[in-house]
Write a protein that binds this ligand. Structure first.
Ligand SMILES: [Cu+2]
Length: 169
């Protein structure tokens, strides 16, 4: 973990991260539950001694007419699972803990390196390349969506938007 990462607790409601999702990838993994679709969850492999890891999800789309609210996550592989956002201020990356995340009707959110991510804290075993583990996304009212997180090699990154800036995490 980067020494420059500071940890702050914040309640941040991201209501309108407007992003038109184009699900055109062949072979994309989609997990659909009621009005919600989550695609391509992944994590980077960790070293044997690592106690933390991060999960990214290419896209979570709310195709319903009402907003949905993510109230938390859980995974057996870690003692604690938190929603984090990475904010860069004066070239210093800070991780913020986000209590909940609202996705408006017909809106999507992305979880990327350098942005929103799901933090696995107190890993019970290292994340091993080419394996996978279940993660539960908890939605208020809707219930739980279980997804399978694919573990990629340490240097893996997904396609990034053109304005992406590299942030060490
Ligand atoms: Cu984090």
């Amino acid at each position: 973990m980067n020494q420059k990462l500071f940890f702050t607790t914040n309640i941040l409601i991201l209501t309108t991260i407007a992003f038109v999702s184009i699900i055109s990838d062949i072979g994309a993994k989609n997990y659909t539950y009621k009005q919600v679709n989550a695609s391509d969850p992944w994590a980077r492999a960790t070293s044997k001694l690592a106690k933390t890891g991060a999960v990214y999800i290419k896209n979570i789309h709310n195709k319903g007419k009402n907003a949905v609210k993510i109230t938390g996550f859980s995974a057996n592989i870690a003692k604690k699972v938190q929603l984090h956002n990475t904010v860069v201020k004066n070239e210093v990356a800070k991780m913020q803990h986000i209590e909940f995340l609202e996705i408006g009707p017909n809106k999507s959110v992305q979880f990327n390196p350098g942005g929103l991510h799901i933090m696995l804290m107190g890993l019970k075993r290292p994340l091993e390349k080419n394996s996978h583990f279940p993660l539960i996304i908890k939605f208020e009212k809707l219930g739980n969506l279980e997804i399978m997180v694919d573990i990629k090699n340490i240097g893996w990154s997904q396609k990034k938007p053109s304005n992406y800036k590299h942030v060490h995490h």
